[in-house]
Design a protein. Structure first.
Length: 333
């Protein structure tokens, strides 16, 4: 007799980390409405799909425009970390690109300190990832890396690379990520979302990442998939976002099952939950119901989300028994 299908309460009970989440697009809908009314701005345009990068970027910038003060940023960050435990998330890593505000709220240092204030006041555990856009200069990237390292002791845990991959290879950012790594930060660039497998290869070869955000188009290169598995480079996947941004041809074509079978470590993440209309529990449900991942598969993904996080080995060790018990309870008899 097979056990019943897993439901939201089951996924909530599984201890996990969420490692691929963007600050402005993780804003609570009621907070977005409050900010829109306060500043006389439109709510971000929501859609069932963002088939081109400019369309998605316009929607994302509408989210960022709603953050009108450093207090707003503190609140948004705090609300993300406050909500995480309600989904069984025991560690969160939240991306922030201070340069993307173009000085609108003050210098980058002020934005970082405001975000870290929000983190410090929240009940959920985790850290911030400072990112640099692929369209920025090596000088800008080095400045962000130095800023990130300066705030490591307050909660900056990693450095990221975001933005449209087309025409923006990782070549210009190697020095900045060297600074970040030598400063004790994890390296977690985006690649293989708006760019092909060669973009993932370029990013992996030049930046030596601990994790790659997305990386789904690595499946176009079987040799690269084998290398990701052998080198244990984790892919922080966003199933719904990959479909909505056309990083994969269709939901049916998502490579999650193939990556799991190939032994590539992966994590599940909501990425931009305000824009996608989903949360981390929805991503686990999708992995189970649409892609056929078993309780054992999901427990391994949850364990990897902690193992590859910047939380350190102690948290993963503390959660191991709970994850194993969850898998034993929900697995096939």
């Amino acid at each position: 007799m097979e056990r019943r299908p897993l439901i939201a309460a089951d996924f909530r009970a599984l201890p996990k980390a969420e490692l691929h989440l963007h600050t402005e697009a993780a804003m609570r809908p009621d907070t977005a409405r409050e900010f829109a009314e306060r500043y006389g701005l439109p709510l971000p345009p929501l859609s069932d799909a963002y088939p081109t990068w400019p369309e998605f970027n316009r929607a994302y910038e509408s989210c960022r425009a709603l953050v009108g003060s450093l207090d707003d940023l503190r609140r948004v960050v705090g609300e993300v970390f406050d909500a995480a435990p309600d989904a069984g998330v025991v560690w969160t890593e939240l991306h922030l690109g201070p340069h993307l505000y173009q000085g609108r709220l003050g210098p980058p240092e002020a934005l970082v300190e405001a975000a870290l204030d929000g983190l410090a006041a929240a009940r959920g555990d985790g850290g911030m990832i400072l990112g640099i856009g692929r369209d920025r200069s090596p000088v800008d990237a080095a400045e962000v890396a130095a800023l990130a390292v300066r705030h490591r002791d307050r909660g900056i845990v990693a450095m990221g690379l975001t933005g449209n991959e087309a025409g923006h290879p990782a070549d210009d950012f190697a020095e900045a990520f060297r600074i970040a790594r030598e400063g004790g930060l994890a390296v977690v660039p985006h690649a293989g979302e708006s760019g092909p497998a060669s973009s993932v290869r370029n990013t992996v070869d030049l930046l030596t990442p601990d994790r790659v955000c997305h990386g789904v188009r690595a499946v176009e290169d079987p040799g690269l998939v084998r290398e990701l598995a052998e080198r244990r480079i984790c892919l922080d996947l966003a199933l719904t976002g990959n479909v909505m941004l056309k990083a994969v041809e269709s939901a049916a074509a998502h490579p999650l099952p193939a990556l799991v079978r190939a032994g590539v470590p992966v994590t599940l993440n909501s990425d931009a939950p305000y824009l996608y209309g989903i949360g981390i529990l929805d991503e686990y449900a999708t992995a189970h119901s649409r892609y056929g991942l078993s309780a054992t598969d999901l427990a391994r993904i949850a364990a990897d989300s902690l193992r590859f996080s910047a939380a350190g080995p102690d948290l993963a060790a503390r959660m191991r028994d709970r994850i194993d018990a969850w898998a034993a309870h929900h697995g096939r008899p």
